[in-house]
Design a protein around this ligand. Structure first.
Ligand code: PMT
Length: 235
């Protein structure tokens, strides 16, 4: 194992938004550009990891093309992303940087929904999507290190720590959304990473730089978790 601790490791990263179809012309989406997740995938490839990048609908070129071992799987909906992430297992690390829809239309209309004369509005019935991170946490093939992101407009630490424990994660990277210079679409971001006994502020900095620093923390968790490190502690 190299000093950066990721050489030869299988790292699965999700990135971008999901689109939940309403009818053949409309969907529910969000503002994720995929930049954060693609930066993590690029940084992991450069460290010698074998990377599977599960990407929602984004307009980004495949990162690290020609530099290493990266397989990109394009998906559209939360259900497709769930299936693609599970199909990519087993993995040493899963990093959920995608902004996955929490709700999806109960039914997709087969034809374009038409407005009716005199109709004041339209009610859409939504149902919860399956949570990729929480399902992985309870799965027999749970990756050794499970990392979530928390996109918050307020009470960031409280909500991020809640997700860390509810979804049984090793690390969660919290970032602010709804403001310029961080979160969605921006080239820069600022993260606070929480874990057991860990609170680490990273940035503000370009997403590619933050990706490398986040991977340092991931590599450290892998190292802490390794049998050799356990033996060292008991000596
Ligand atoms: O793509 P960019 O424009 O670069 O923007 C980056 C980002 C803001 C999208 C990214 O940094 C980020 O915060 N990603 C997570 C966004 C999000 O959906 O956060 P959340 O708090 O709603 O979800 C918490 C975690 O649960 C996330 O890791 C998410 O991937 C995961 N999740 C959510 C729902 C679901 N059904 N399954 C999941 O695994």
């Amino acid at each position: 194992m190299s000093a950066d601790g990721l050489t030869g490791r299988h790292v699965v990263v999700s990135a971008g938004p999901t689109y939940e179809d309403i009818d053949p012309v409309r969907f529910l989406g969000n503002r994720s550009s995929g930049k954060m997740g693609f930066a993590i995938a690029a940084a992991a490839v450069r460290r010698g990891a074998r990377v599977t990048l599960v990407a929602g609908p984004v307009a980004l070129p495949t990162p690290g093309a020609g530099e290493g071992d990266l397989r990109r799987i394009d998906v559209r909906s939360a259900a497709q992303m769930h299936a693609a992430v599970f199909a990519a297992m087993p993995a040493d690390v899963y990093i959920g940087a995608a902004a996955v829809a929490d709700f999806t239309p109960q039914q997709v209309a087969t034809g374009k929904i038409k407005k009716q004369p005199g109709e004041p509005g339209l009610t859409l019935q939504l149902v919860r999507t399956r949570d990729i991170l929480a399902d992985l946490a309870g799965h027999g093939l749970r990756p050794r290190v499970l990392v979530g992101f928390a996109a918050e407009t307020h009470d960031m630490e409280r909500y991020a720590r809640g997700k860390l424990s509810d979804k049984r994660l090793d690390l969660i990277a919290a970032n602010r959304v709804g403001m310029a210079g961080s979160g969605f679409e921006s080239d820069d971001n600022a993260l606070v990473v929480y874990g057991a006994g860990l609170e680490c502020a990273l940035g503000p900095a370009p997403k590619i730089e933050l990706a490398g620093r986040l991977l340092d923390l991931v590599a450290q968790r892998l190292e802490d978790d390794s049998p050799a490190s356990g033996m060292a502690e008991t000596r």
